[in-house]
Design a protein around this ligand. Structure first.
Ligand SMILES: *[C@@H]1O[C@H](CO)[C@@H](O)[C@H](O)[C@H]1NC(C)=O
Ligand SMILES: *[C@@H]1O[C@H](CO)[C@@H](O)[C@H](O)[C@H]1NC(C)=O
Ligand SMILES: *[C@@H]1O[C@H](CO)[C@@H](O)[C@H](O)[C@H]1NC(C)=O
Ligand SMILES: *[C@@H]1O[C@H](CO)[C@@H](O)[C@H](O)[C@H]1NC(C)=O
Ligand SMILES: *[C@@H]1O[C@H](CO)[C@@H](O)[C@H](O)[C@H]1NC(C)=O
Ligand SMILES: *[C@@H]1O[C@H](CO)[C@@H](O)[C@H](O)[C@H]1NC(C)=O
Ligand SMILES: *[C@@H]1O[C@H](CO)[C@@H](O)[C@H](O)[C@H]1NC(C)=O
Length: 441
């Protein structure tokens, strides 16, 4: 394989790109090496090194919203591309990030979230507005005693390496924050997030291991697979569920646990508190997202309402796997319902309004022949601004059962005489991390 050649140039934008094109061209003597001024979203680059500057860039950003696929498979290149930067440039109104979390299976009050942002506070209003760097390594930690730590370090430059034949299939280093991540295997079955921050006095490792492939918002479809979960919002859950192992020292205290972990490239669009000058599709009314492990089931949910959307569309994406086998990976809106639970006046109304604080959420997944997965999640707040945004870590309890209609149908198939339908399985439990953004006033 001819991956050794590369060309690095410092471009006027400050973005340095080493891009090696392989495939047909690389088979020719002398090879073809292409360097671009922007992240080449539609290229056939097999490996890449992007050095992302800390300042915002001018111009229109392009966003990768789909990826070529063959049949219902992701080839290695498509897989690795999912974890690469998805914006051609970072201007002040778009964002992209690499998100990693884990919650303890033993005590879900213990959790760790690390996000590598490329975003301005104008694009994502929960970032510190006084920081000029668009490269922020963000850390949230919750301890069993309820203590929560939320800290960040701005980076001076970020390096994202990936692709086949690269030094790492996917890695990122937010220099010189001490925060980095790296995929350890070519199939992205194992990741490690390393934190070594003198500034924060946090030092340790967080690993994610799983053989589950990525969940894409509408599953994988032949020829081209969409990453656009709702208008202007992309999403790729690279690790819908993994075994997370956390061992870090936080200002002298050790946080060590094992539990469900998750990694995604999060939605990227402009979220505005002040949306009056923007089209409806770019504004969030409500956004419910979460993931967890419940019994043998790995679960991811996303349910989204756009503000002032005349079509009143509920965008959903659901993922359920059992013992490593994917049962559902779909954006079919009939498959998933997510509703807040709590005080009907202030916490559980739907559609919600900003400031609503639900006690938890009720989730209902249609698993087809497997029946229904119904679960509740509730927990303690581990992040948020107290009004528009909350993230929780907690427990998930539920069961898998057949619907009443299917039960009676099955019973009648057997002659309407005996109840042959599978009884509800016993109650399943597990840990979850979940969040809500509600911007509608
Ligand atoms: C950034 O890029 C987006 C997408 O192309 C565009 O809609 C937006 O106007 C750009 N923002 C700025 C500040 O140039
Ligand atoms: C921004 O504000 C935070 C919190 O007030 C502070 O810790 C940080 O040092 C400030 N950053 C800059 C660059 O002024
Ligand atoms: C990240 O980059 C810094 C230099 O900026 C280097 O010292 C450090 O070793 C790198 N971290 C990893 C994990 O490669
Ligand atoms: C909670 O535990 C953390 C980590 O061990 C410790 O730093 C903190 O002081 C504790 N907080 C309280 C209120 O006990
Ligand atoms: C919201 O945006 C409008 C139009 O851009 C502007 O006139 C108004 O001052 C903004 N309001 C707030 C609270 O930022
Ligand atoms: C969505 O799922 C329902 C069953 O839950 C099915 O009847 C319908 O055909 C599906 N729609 C699409 C577009 O696949
Ligand atoms: C979820 O909580 C509701 C009360 O809010 C309760 O009626 C229901 O039985 C719970 N479902 C499960 C699966 O635990």
């Amino acid at each position: 394989m001819l991956f050794e050649a590369s060309l690095t140039r410092v471009l006027s934008s400050g973005l340095i790109i080493t891009s090696i094109l392989a495939g047909k061209a690389s088979a020719l003597p002398g090879r073809t090496v292409t360097t671009r001024t922007k992240v080449p979203l539609d290229s056939t680059a097999h490996s890449w090194t992007y050095v992302i500057p800390s300042h915002v860039q001018d111009g229109a950003a392009r966003v990768r919203f789909d990826i070529p696929t063959t049949g219902s498979k992701l080839d290695t290149q498509a897989l690795l591309t999912l974890d690469s930067p998805q914006l051609s440039i970072l201007n002040s109104s778009v964002f992209d990030w690499w998100y990693f979390d884990a919650v303890s299976a033993q005590d879900p009050r213990e959790s760790l979230t690390v996000t590598f942002f490329t975003a301005t506070a104008a694009a994502f209003p929960w970032l510190p507005s006084n920081e000029s760097s668009v490269l922020i390594a963000y850390l949230w930690i919750s301890f069993a005693n309820g203590t929560i730590l939320e800290e960040y370090v701005p980076a001076t430059i970020a390096t994202v390496v990936g692709g086949q034949g690269a030094s790492s299939p996917s890695s990122g280093n937010w220099s010189s924050t001490g925060f980095s991540w790296a995929a350890l295997k070519d199939d992205l079955s194992a990741y490690e997030v390393i934190i070594s921050s003198e500034k924060l006095q946090v030092e340790g490792r967080f690993s994610l291991t799983s053989t589950l492939g990525p969940h894409l918002p509408c599953g994988i479809t032949s020829e081209s697979t969409t990453l656009e979960f709702a208008p202007h919002i992309g999403w790729a859950a690279l690790k819908p569920n993994a075994v997370g192992q956390v061992d870090i020292n936080v200002k002298g205290s050790r946080l060590q646990f094992q539990g469900p972990a998750y990694h995604d490239k999060r939605p990227r669009a402009k979220i505005r508190k002040n949306w009056s000058d923007r089209p409806f599709a770019e504004s969030v009314q409500s956004w419910y997202w979460g993931h967890g492990q419940i019994g043998p089931y790995s679960v991811v949910w996303f349910s989204y309402l756009a503000l002032d959307d005349p079509s009143q569309t509920t965008y959903v994406s659901s993922y359920v796997a059992r013992d490593g086998q994917v049962l559902v990976s779909s954006c079919n809106s009939t498959v998933l319902t997510v509703r807040p639970i709590g005080d009907p006046e202030t916490g559980a109304r739907y559609p919600p309004l900003a400031g609503d604080i639900p006690d938890g959420f009720h989730l209902q997944f249609d698993l087809g022949e497997e029946g229904w997965l119904r679960a509740n999640v509730s927990g303690t707040r581990i992040a948020g601004d107290g009004k528009y945004y909350f993230r929780w870590a907690g427990t998930m309890t539920g069961e898998v059962s057949q619907s009443e209609a299917e039960r009676s149908q099955n019973a009648c198939d057997a002659g309407c005489s005996s109840i042959t339908a599978r009884d509800a399985e016993s109650v399943l439990t597990g840990s979850a991390i979940f969040e809500q953004f509600v911007l509608a006033e």
